[in-house]
Design a protein around this ligand. Structure first.
Ligand SMILES: [Zn+2]
Length: 144
């Protein structure tokens, strides 16, 4: 015997509707079964799609952005500086300076080759730190 989901009275297995209240039984309702299967398939497809999409996006970001230190990033964004201390012999190898003459901006980096870390951005003449709003005006590409 099966139990009616509506009135909880018993009805014989396989009956299409409840003999007590007339509610449709599970046996009479194969649509809900197939729709739940459809839902499961759709969910599975969604998960697979999401996994595939996340794999593609993560692999494409690694291709798009190779490992760049902050000096390389500045050059990539603002173009080649007028003076790059790394290209000149005799400079402290633990520091690197990039000077943009026209913009009067000097970027100071510390670290080592391929691992430059931006320490300060100063005025090329006065050597004083540039306020963010001044830098934004002179060298907007340096903002990152
Ligand atoms: Zn019933």
């Amino acid at each position: 015997m099966a139990q009616c989901t509506e009135c909880h009275s018993s009805y014989s297995e396989g009956a299409l509707f409840c003999s007590n209240c007339g509610a449709l039984t599970k046996a009479s309702n194969p649509i809900s079964y197939s729709s739940s299967v459809l839902l499961a398939v759709a969910l599975l497809g969604l998960i697979l799609f999401w996994k595939a999409a996340s794999v593609t996006s993560s692999s494409s970001t690694t291709v798009a952005t190779p490992v760049m230190d902050e000096a390389a990033l500045l050059i990539a964004k603002c173009g080649k500086p007028d003076i790059d201390s790394a290209a000149k012999p005799g400079f402290d190898p633990a520091r690197r300076m990039l000077i943009y003459r026209r913009e009067k901006v000097k970027a100071v980096f510390s670290g080592s080759d391929q691992k430059w870390h931006r320490e300060d951005i100063v005025d090329a003449k006065t050597q004083k730190s540039l306020a963010p709003e001044v830098l934004r005006r002179r060298l907007p590409c340096a903002e990152f």
